[in-house]
Design a protein around this ligand. Structure first.
Ligand code: IMP
Length: 193
C-alpha cells in the first residue's frame, strides 16, 4: 500500500482525509516520534501556503506528502478571514462565531465559501501538483450543531438545509471543498501510479 503523509496535526482533518483516501496508508504528523517544528506560513494565498507546508514536511520526513491550506472566505468581508481563518479563531471557535456575526451585523450579503488548495509534493524530485476545491454557501446567524471541524456549525452550503455541524460526514462530503480537491488528487494518483 502506498504511504502518504498528510501534513497535519488536526485529527478532524486527518479523519476526513482517511475517509477520502482509503486506497492509501495515511500517516499524520503525530506518527513521527520527533517533533517537527512548524514552517512559517508567510504566503499570500492558499496556494502559496499549501506549497510552503508540503515542501517543508516532505523534506523533513522524506515522505510523499500532501499538505492543504484552507479557509473560510466571506464575500461581504472582501474574502476575510481567508488565509487567516485559523488565526481569526485562535483556537476558540465560539468566540470566532461571535466575532464573525458582529462583523456581518447589518450586512445583507451573508454568502461565503470554503476554499482549499492541496499540494502533493515528492521530495525525491521536488515535483509538485496542486488541486483546488471550493464550497459555496452562507454564514448562519447562530452556531448549529457540534459536528465537523472549525467553522462547520456556522456554515450552511447551498443545497443543504442545515449547517455542516449538523450533518454527517457522508452528507458533508457531497458538498465539501476538501472532498472535491481530494477527488481530483485521487484521480491524478490513479493515473500516475
Ligand atoms: P489551515 O488550512 O489548517 O491553515 O486552517 C484552515 C482554517 O479554516 C481552520 O481554522 C479551519 O477551521 C477552517 N476550515 C478549513 N476547512 C474547514 C471546513 O471544512 N470546515 C470548517 N472549517 C474549516
Amino acid at each position: 500500500m502506498q504511504q502518504l503523509l498528510i501534513a497535519t496535526n488536526n485529527q478532524g482533518k486527518l479523519k476526513e482525509f482517511r475517509d477520502h483516501l482509503r486506497e492509501f496508508y495515511l500517516l499524520g504528523l503525530c506518527n513521527f516520534d520527533k517533533e517537527i517544528e512548524e514552517p512559517i506560513e508567510n504566503g499570500v494565498s492558499f496556494a502559496e501556503n499549501s506549497l510552503i507546508k508540503a515542501k517543508y514536511y516532505a523534506h523533513a520526513t522524506s515522505c510523499l506528502t500532501i499538505a492543504d491550506d484552507s479557509g473560510l472566505c466571506v464575500n461581504a468581508l472582501d474574502g476575510r478571514p481567508g488565509i487567516f481563518s485559523s488565526r481569526y479563531a485562535n483556537g476558540d471557535y465560539k468566540q470566532a462565531f461571535q466575532k464573525l456575526n458582529k462583523e456581518l451585523e447589518g450586512k445583507e450579503d451573508r454568502s461565503a465559501y470554503f476554499q482549499v488548495v492541496l499540494t502533493l509534493y515528492n521530495p525525491q524530485n521536488d515535483i509538485y501538483k496542486q488541486f483546488n476545491g471550493r464550497c459555496d454557501g452562507k454564514i448562519l446567524y447562530q452556531s448549529c450543531g457540534t459536528g465537523g471541524l472549525g467553522y462547520d456549525p456556522l456554515f450552511s452550503p447551498h443545497g443543504l438545509d442545515m449547517s455542516f455541524g449538523e450533518c454527517s460526514l457522508e452528507e458533508k462530503n457531497k458538498y465539501d471543498h476538501r472532498k472535491k480537491a481530494t477527488d481530483k488528487l485521487v484521480k491524478y494518483l490513479g493515473e500516475i501510479m
